[in-house]
Design a protein around this ligand. Structure first.
Ligand code: CP
Length: 346
């Protein structure tokens, strides 16, 4: 066994010492120690990915990626990570080229859906060693029906590729990016998560995953949003329960300038609040929440999960300027997802 392969096996063993789970649904599952071990493994992968690509470490394994919604980064980075590790990635589009799927129990299936989650998830689990699923809510903002259906009925390990409330792989990549910005970690460093205008009342998956990432990494997190756009209180409290362990803190404010002042990173993101009615009209009056060069004056870096609406969420000047880290942030998706796959299948 080469030195690199031996390092990878040791890093995987450290993940498993701290996290024996095979479900990554909201991103809190690995806990602070398991997450730190995953990030160490991701760093080894990132620094050696071409050599790792020649090793075919997961040869013979398969990942089924089921996308009910569009993706550029998640699809590509999952397929590339899986291929680089020597495993096979099956890309499936929910309801397009696959059967329309029913998730409700006890329903009379005489409508459009031809297949029930009770068969689909176990069948896919017989072919694939890992299931990876993306499904945004169709109705209410916080509807987790699809990912919950897979969690209930899949026998294979399950990775959430973004649901209504969680985008755990984005959260892992964001932690790796914050660690890079902080010179190794971001413990007790100020991180700003600021609401920004967007024409649609988007789900809270990304901002809640930023909160979880910041808390797991021990940040001094400042969350700024206008009235009516508070993050889900239950999910905030769940994340806050890790603060004592990690030394993290959460400050809520209506002042985006104060939140951004002196921050290691300003993470801009649009999201919907409790009331979606009248969102477009309200947003029209909230253009001062766009992240500008002035707001970034005393901050180090700008982050966003992408795709981003230029000159709505953030100005061209910030995105095209030296503070923007959105491309390396997106690049960090591949190594963190490879780390999860290695942890489950090596
Ligand atoms: N950030 C992110 O998940 O990008 P995609 O929607 O393109 O996958």
């Amino acid at each position: 066994m080469s030195t690199l392969e031996s390092r990878l096996h040791s890093a995987v063993a450290r993940v498993r010492e701290n996290w024996r789970g095979t479900r990554l649904i909201d991103g809190l599952e690995p806990g602070p120690a398991g997450t730190a071990a995953l990030l160490d493994l991701a760093r080894i992968y990132r620094a050696n990915r071409l050599e790792i690509g020649r090793m075919r470490l997961l040869s013979g394994r398969a990942v089924a990626g089921l996308f009910f919604d569009p993706s550029l980064r998640t699809h590509t980075s999952m397929e590339v990570a899986t291929g680089r590790l020597g495993a096979h990635f099956v890309y499936l589009q929910g309801g397009q080229g696959t059967w329309g799927m029913e998730f409700e129990d006890g329903v009379v299936m005489n409508g459009a859906a031809a297949e029930h989650i009770r068969e689909a998830a176990p069948v896919l689990s017989t072919y694939a060693d890992v299931l990876a699923v993306r499904a945004f809510p169709k109705g209410p903002n916080r509807d987790e029906t699809v990912i919950r259906g897979f969690a209930a009925h899949a026998g294979a390990p399950l990775m959430n590729l973004e649901s209504a409330l969680s985008h755990p792989c984005q959260g892992l990549a964001d932690q790796l990016t914050l660690c890079d910005l902080g010179g190794g970690d971001f413990k007790r460093r100020k991180v700003c998560l600021t609401w920004a205008p967007h024409p649609k009342p988007l789900p809270q998956a990304v901002p809640l995953s930023v909160v979880r990432a910041a808390v797991l990494g021990g940040a001094d997190l400042h969350i700024a949003n206008p009235e009516g756009y508070d993050l889900d209180g239950h999910e905030l409290e769940r994340a806050r329960s890790f603060c004592r362990d990690t030394g993290a803190s959460i400050t809520l404010t209506r002042d985006p300038d104060a939140a951004a002042d002196g921050a290691l990173a300003v993470y801009g993101k649009g999201w919907g609040g409790d009331d979606h009615e009248g969102h477009a009209e309200r947003v029209a009056g909230l253009s001062h929440w766009t992240v500008t060069e002035a707001r970034m004056a005393k901050a180090t870096a700008f982050l966003h999960c992408l795709p981003v609406r230029r000159n709505v969420i953030v100005t061209d000047g910030v995105l095209d300027g030296p503070q923007s880290r959105v491309v390396p942030q997106a690049a960090n998706r591949e190594p963190v997802q490879a780390a999860v796959l290695l942890s489950w299948m090596l």
